[in-house]
Design a protein around this ligand. Structure first.
Ligand code: ATP
Ligand code: MG
Length: 401
């Protein structure tokens, strides 16, 4: 069992305790510890207010002061410390009208989403479990803290989080928790797409995606999420974990009539590019019919992304997107072809546009781009060597102006 991450944070809790505050580990780290899983980051909860935290630590960063969250920098690591807090009423299904700092751990864990996430642990590994979270972990059950309908009505993101935990942990949804999700699913339309996507990314890469995805569908969740509501999910299956960008690409290729813009997702440009690249990559596969096609394909898309797509052949098959041609496009042919490529990027070509203009004594123009592509392809096919003189000779004999 990996306690070292807690050991490393002990001095922080001890500092708070020495100053007469209460301090506990809480949330995902305690849940994962109890499940003997790897712990990635720890959350600390304390009775000290943000001012009080800042007064007793040398290096602090006020990352979410108004919500009571201060990061403490200790031995080059950052630790997130949050003041015990209670929440006021919710009017908009996503955030409380007010948060109050309180001095009582019970009040703090009561506002947390699920019983398994509401367990606190002190520096001696003693567990404080007001809502029988340990029992639910034991029985593999996801259950809200308190009345499910009320908790989902307050913050509808908890519905998506519940399904995300189901995908990651393979737990069952307790009945009233599922019914609460069902009765409040429409409220997810009030959430920001950014918050939803944080959870969906984790959900789709969860080991137990099938059950969770089927619940998303049976709850009609996608009807209430921008962008997704343009697609028909009744004809889309997901039975294995899949990276978010590849999922969206597969959806787009399956349903090309949908015109929804990726900008609705408010994802990074890098992610948008990854989606477009996967989309083209998937569409190109059926056109590969020769060794040269395969060389261009591997050169253009790189082996990492191609192999990632090959690893999802089932997703592509189940959704009638494409059937891979295992004889031509498989891991071995991709690796072999890649290893034999004379160049792996345009930057490696031994000449540039200027060299061509000088050789041909011509002004630049739209013709240059396709010519560079022809040169690139000739090098990839092995028709010419990637050497300046040889390329320029080839250009002279192949270009008619
Ligand atoms: P992970 O292991 O993926 O980080 P986590 O349970 O730590 O999972 P976080 O999003 O890091 O999830 O949140 C930390 C804790 O804050 C949760 O365990 C839960 O106690 C509480 N929490 C987070 N979001 C909500 C929410 N929307 N409503 C109530 N409590 C929440
Ligand atoms: Mg966490």
């Amino acid at each position: 069992m990996n306690k070292s991450i807690f050991e490393a944070a002990q001095p922080i809790l001890n500092n708070l305790i020495t100053h007469d505050y209460q301090a506990y580990f809480v949330g995902g780290s305690v849940r994962d510890y109890l499940m003997h899983k790897e712990i990635h980051d720890i959350d600390i909860t304390t009775s000290a207010t943000p001012d009080e935290i800042e007064a007793i630590f040398d290096k602090t960063i006020p990352i979410g002061r108004e919500h009571g969250t201060i990061n403490v920098v200790y031995k080059h690591e950052q630790y997130e410390i949050t003041t015990f807090r209670a929440e006021g009423e919710y009017d908009d299904h996503r955030r409380p009208n007010a948060v109050y700092f309180v001095r009582d751990l019970y009040e703090d864990v009561k506002r947390r989403d699920f019983t398994m996430n509401a367990i606190a642990m002190d520096t001696h590994y003693h567990i404080l479990d007001y809502f029988n979270g340990q029992q639910d972990i034991e029985n593999k059950i996801i259950r809200t803290v308190g009345d499910a309908a009320e908790r989902f009505n307050e913050d509808a993101l908890r519905i998506i989080r519940g399904l995300r935990f189901q995908a990651q942990l393979g737990f069952m949804l307790e009945e009233s928790t599922y019914l609460g999700m069902k009765s409040h699913i429409a409220s997810i339309e009030h959430l920001s797409i950014e918050r939803i996507i944080v959870e969906l990314k984790k959900l789709f890469t969860g080991k137990y995606i099938t059950q969770s995805y089927n619940n998303l569908k049976s709850l009609n969740a996608f009807n209430y999420i921008t962008y997704f509501n343009q697609f028909d999910f009744t004809k889309f299956q997901v039975n294995l974990p899949v990276e978010f960008t590849l999922l969206i690409a597969a959806l787009k290729v399956q349903q090309p009539m949908v015109e929804a813009s990726l900008s609705m997702l408010k994802i990074s440009n890098q992610e948008k590019k990854a989606i477009t690249k996967y989309e083209r990559l998937i569409q190109t596969i059926p056109n590969i019919s020769s060794k040269n096609d395969l060389k261009y394909f591997v050169y253009d898309y790189g082996k990492v992304d191609i192999i990632n797509v090959l690893n999802h052949s089932e997703l592509l098959h189940d959704n009638q997107i494409i059937d891979l041609q295992p004889l031509i496009v498989n891991r071995d042919t991709i690796n072999e072809t890649y290893a034999q490529l004379p160049i792996t990027s345009r930057k490696q070509i031994a000449i540039n546009g200027n060299d061509i203009l000088t050789t041909l004594n011509q002004p630049g123009g739209a013709w240059l781009k396709p010519l560079l592509r022809d040169i690139e392809c000739a090098i990839i096919r092995g028709e010419i060597n990637n050497q300046k003189n040889e390329i320029l000779e080839w250009v002279k004999t192949h270009v008619k102006i």
